[in-house]
Design a protein around this ligand. Structure first.
Ligand code: AMP
Ligand code: ZN
Length: 118
């Protein structure tokens, strides 16, 4: 079993509610949802966090954004009058807790404020 929880989820060693999967990405429900829609999109390949992205990672980042849109479409929030929020957390001040790159997809209700400051 991998020491990285999200690598373990990608490998199928740890159960998760997978909602979307591609050659390069996996999307699964957040175990502690902060909104009616709260899904994490992760690259299958381990990358520590968004600060470690290099130009060569461009394709997998695009794949993550396309996967996030597919998640939003499946959840019924992709229409122009709805919408959703995408978040990358980096480091302790942002309360980043899992050191495997993940894109939060949040929605399903009007989200308060543009930024969560506390
Ligand atoms: P972050 O604070 O950006 O590092 O977000 C990590 C997210 O991973 C949190 O929202 C957690 O609730 C979520 N999480 C941690 N472990 C699991 C798990 N085993 N399955 C699903 N989500 C998880
Ligand atoms: Zn990992």
């Amino acid at each position: 079993m991998s020491e990285c929880i999200f690598c373990s989820i990608v490998a199928g060693e740890v159960p998760s509610e997978i909602v979307h999967s591609t050659e390069t990405t996996v999307a699964f429900k957040d175990i502690s949802p902060a909104a009616p829609l709260h899904v994490l999109v992760v690259p299958r390949r381990h990358i520590d966090d968004a600060s470690q992205i290099t130009p060569e990672d461009g394709p997998v980042l695009a794949d993550m954004l396309v996967a996030a849109r597919a998640v939003a479409e499946a959840a019924g929030v992709a229409a122009p009058e709805r919408g959703y929020r995408l978040i990358f957390n980096i480091g302790p001040d942002a309360m980043n807790s899992v050191p495997h790159l993940h894109l939060h997809v949040l929605g399903g209700q009007p989200l308060k404020g543009h930024f969560a400051l506390a």
